[in-house]
Design a protein around this ligand. Structure first.
Ligand SMILES: [Zn+2]
Ligand SMILES: [Zn+2]
Length: 254
C-alpha cells in the first residue's frame, strides 16, 4: 500500500499516512521536527486523547500500583530486606528490558505500510517529534497492557510474593526512567549536576531550532540533529548502539 513519491501532509492526521511512505519512511521519521507543536495523529478525537499524556500522570498512576505490589510481597511473608532486594532487582530488570526493547524492537527497519505504521506508533513518533511534550511518556493504557503482560510472566516464573516485589520495583524503575526522560527533553535545570546530565547526555536543540523562530528552519536535517545529539543516546545505560547515522537523529532512549 506504499505510494511512490508520497508526501506527508503535516496538517492531516499522521498515523494513517506514514505507511504510504514505503522505503522513504525511515529517512522521514529520522528527520525530526523540533518544535513543541503536538501534531494530530488520529482522525478520531478519542484515539487522539489516548495518544496524549502529560508527564505527571506517570508517577500519579504507577507509583501507587508499585507500592501496592511491593506491600503485597511484604504482607505475603517476605522480610523487609528481601522485599527491598527484590524491588531493586526489579528496577534493574526494567533497565535491561528498556535497553532490549530499544535495541531490538524500536529501531527495526520497516518499509511496508503496516510495518511503518507499527514502527511510528511504538517509537518512530518520538524520533519525528522529540519535543512534543504530550507524546513523550508512555500513555497509561499502553503501559497497562505491557505491565499486565509482565505480571502474568512473573506469575509463571516466580511465586506471587516474589513476583509482586519484582514487578513493584520494576514499576518504580519505569517511573524514574520515564520522568527523567521527560526532564531531559523539557527540564530547565539550575543545579549544576543536573545541567551537566542534560547537556552531556541529551543535548536540546538550539533555541532557534527548538522554537522555530522566524528565519530559522523548524525541521532540521538528520545531520544537524546528529551533531546536536552526538553521544546522547542512552540515559540509563551507556551502551553503544550500532546504528546508521540516519537512525541517530531525533532522540535518545524512547
Ligand atoms: Zn527522547
Ligand atoms: Zn530511539
Amino acid at each position: 500500500m506504499a505510494r511512490k513519491g508520497f508526501i506527508v501532509d503535516l496538517n492531516k492526521p499522521l498515523v494513517h499516512q506514514v505507511g504510504h511512505l514505503g522505503e522513504t519512511y525511515q529517512e522521514w521519521v529520522h528527520t525530526p521536527i523540533l518544535t513543541e507543536k503536538s501534531h494530530r495523529f488520529f482522525k478520531s478525537d478519542f484515539m487522539e486523547m489516548l495518544s496524549r499524556t502529560v508527564w505527571w500522570v506517570v508517577p500519579i498512576v504507577w507509583l501507587p500500583v508499585a507500592f501496592y505490589f511491593i506491600r503485597m510481597s511484604y504482607t505475603m511473608g517476605h522480610t523487609l530486606l528481601i522485599v527491598a532486594i527484590l524491588s531493586v532487582l526489579g528496577a534493574f530488570v526494567w533497565t535491561f528490558l528498556e535497553y532490549s526493547f530499544h535495541r531490538f524492537l524500536f529501531h527495526i527497519d520497516t518499509k511496508s505500510y503496516w510495518g511503518n505504521t507499527f514502527h511510528y506508533l511504538i517509537h518512530g513518533y518520538h524520533h519525528k517529534h522529540p519535543m512534543d511534550g504530550l507524546r513523550l511518556v508512555i500513555p497509561p493504557l499502553e503501559a497497562a497492557l505491557v505491565i499486565v503482560m509482565f505480571w502474568y510472566m512473573c506469575r509463571v516464573l516466580f511465586t506471587v510474593s516474589t513476583g509482586s516485589a519484582l514487578l513493584g520495583g520494576g514499576l518504580v524503575g519505569y517511573v524514574i526512567y520515564d520522568t527523567t526522560h521527560f526532564y531531559l527533553h523539557h527540564g530547565h535545570p539550575n543545579n549544576h549536576s543536573l545541567k551537566s546530565l542534560k547537556d552531556g547526555r541529551w543535548r536540546a536543540p538550539p533555541p532557534d531550532l527548538e522554537r522555530g523562530e522566524a528565519g530559522s528552519p523548524t525541521v532540521a536535517s538528520s545531520a544537524a540533529m546528529d551533531a546536536e545529539n552526538d553521544g546522547g543516546r542512552w540515559v540509563w545505560l551507556k551502551l553503544p548502539l550500532p546504528i546508521s547515522p540516519k537512525q541517530r537523529s531525533g532522540c535518545d532512549n524512547r
